[in-house]
Ligand binder design. Sequence first.
Ligand SMILES: Cc1cc2nc3c(=O)[nH]c(=O)nc-3n(C[C@H](O)[C@H](O)[C@H](O)COP(=O)(O)O)c2cc1C
Length: 301
Amino acid sequence: MDLSVKLGQLEFANPVIAASGTFGYGLEYLPFVDLDLLGGFSTKGLSLKPRMGNAVPRMVETASGMLNAIGLENIGLEKFLSDKLPLLQNYKTRIIVNFFGDTQDEYVEMATALSDVTRVDALEMNISCPNVEAGGVQFSSDPAVVRSLVESVRKSTGKFLIVKLSPNVTDITEIARAAEDGGADAVSLINTQIGMVIDLETRKPYLANKTGGLSGPAIKPIALYHVYQTARAVKIPVIGMGGISNTEDALEFLSAGATAIQIGTANFIDPGITMKVIDGIRRYCQTHAIQKMSDLKLMED
Ligand SMILES: Cc1cc2nc3c(=O)[nH]c(=O)nc-3n(C[C@H](O)[C@H](O)[C@H](O)COP(=O)(O)O)c2cc1C
């Protein structure tokens, strides 16, 4: 059974990818996941310099999900390249480096620095972060900003470039088209949905950051809708995510038009979930006489 998928010129052994921020730098999951069988994983979001992230509490469980305001804590690009990547050298999985910057120049610097690193298969630009030069408005919210940001990153790297979209916008398809126009090879969506929780003992927001990003099953129908719309709005491949917790969820996203899927929060509940979903997709294809992944289409199409 051939589960391989092609995102442009980049082939994955199967469509299952572990999502950024929920899979560390890959190595943390070695006791649970066979990295030779996993389609790919996206690293924790990296920046030029290490970051400590936000004050605690920065995570809280919610109905069918969780809220986080980690604040993009990470070890920084240099340490990733010197301490983590060499240990990942011989695994077959695709390595996607998720990255971000405070300014357009920082994005370009990151992409340039990663361009010649052969073991890195793709870059995933997280645009759901504050643009320091524009008073902290998120890069992701303005199509003109997204287009120009992607254009400048595109010029600085030949790597496969994925732009990760935020659902906290009026029309995600407009942002997806801006990323495509800017030269993205693929888009991935959705990042977390902004939310909050209040502690009734103190009557203060539970998270030190006050607001956080909602993820997990609670956002799945919203994410699926955005993926469905976006897959019809752009020609480049769409990587779908948001609340995928089992095989059926993954198959829904693939049917809605995603070429590959990412699994995030579900890794915290079952660190071996990616392996189970790969097996489940294989079983579904066998019982439904599906020969190749591109045959998994929504019947309305
Ligand atoms: C604790 C945590 C940290 C995350 N960190 C990042 C990150 O660094 N970069 C990024 O692009 N997305 C990050 N995300 C978003 C996930 O990659 C994913 O888009 C989102 O959680 C929706 O998928 P899920 O419902 O399967 O978790 C993070 C999510 C969680 C829960």
